[in-house]
Design a protein around this ligand. Structure first.
Ligand code: ZN
Length: 219
């Protein structure tokens, strides 16, 4: 499949921006498909135009509808900044924009039938069951149609523990704001449009910014 997915990702992002995330219209998206420790990661700099999204190569095998769900969640990170950086409020933002059916589908693919609690109960990813409860009649029909099209049955499942759902990193002039506890306190002025990289070695994720190691963590 190779690069097909990367082009798909950019196409999906531009449709999503056009129909649901107009406030991101001025952004330039740089996407990549790579071997990373999460399904996706997104990074952006406050007041800058570039947003980088990396998807795990696993999405090569996903149905487009699930990829729409994952990318909606990523776009909701910069779009819903005012609501904080919690995964739960990010999920709610996706649902409020009418993309809940795709998010629900993504949660089946990523084994989150029930809510996936993180940060010792301080945050969570909404599971399929919770998302379903928040959909309106029309969206439920849409979701059920997608499920039968993809021949998917929603059933209780265990979250895949070797894969974190996603990381987001927002960089301002003097700090990083991220859901990875490791680098949130890192303070240093960096040049514009710096590149963020997640590299996995010996079960540890190393975070590089412009080739400089800024943090590492193992889950
Ligand atoms: Zn997230």
């Amino acid at each position: 499949m190779g690069n097909r997915s990367n082009r798909d990702i950019l196409e999906i992002i531009s449709s999503l921006v056009k129909y649901a995330y107009l406030e991101l219209e001025s952004k330039r998206f740089i996407t990549k498909v790579a071997k990373i420790k999460s399904y996706a990661c997104i990074s952006w700099e406050h007041n800058h135009d570039v947003v980088r999204i990396t998807c795990n190569e696993i999405v090569n095998g996903w149905h487009e509808a699930a990829l729409i769900g994952l990318l909606s969640h990523e776009l909701s990170h910069p779009a819903s900044m005012k609501m904080g950086y919690r995964e739960e409020s990010t999920d709610l933002d996706v649902i409020n924009r009418g993309l809940g059916p795709y998010l629900a589908l993504e949660r089946i693919i990523t084994n989150k039938y029930s809510d996936h609690v993180i940060k010792s109960g301080r945050d969570k990813y909404l599971g399929y069951k919770s998302i379903r409860k928040l959909l309106d009649a029309q969206e439920l029909i849409q979701l059920d149609r997608l499920l039968s099209e993809l021949r998917l049955t929603a059933k209780e499942s265990t979250p895949t523990l070797d894969l974190v759902h996603d990381y987001h990193v927002m960089k301002t002039n003097d700090e990083f704001v991220t859901n990875s506890d490791m680098i949130s306190q890192y303070q240093e002025n960096q040049v514009e449009n710096s590149e963020l990289k997640f590299v996995i070695r010996d079960n540890t994720t190393h975070i590089y910014l412009d080739e400089v190691l800024v943090g590492k963590f193992s889950e």
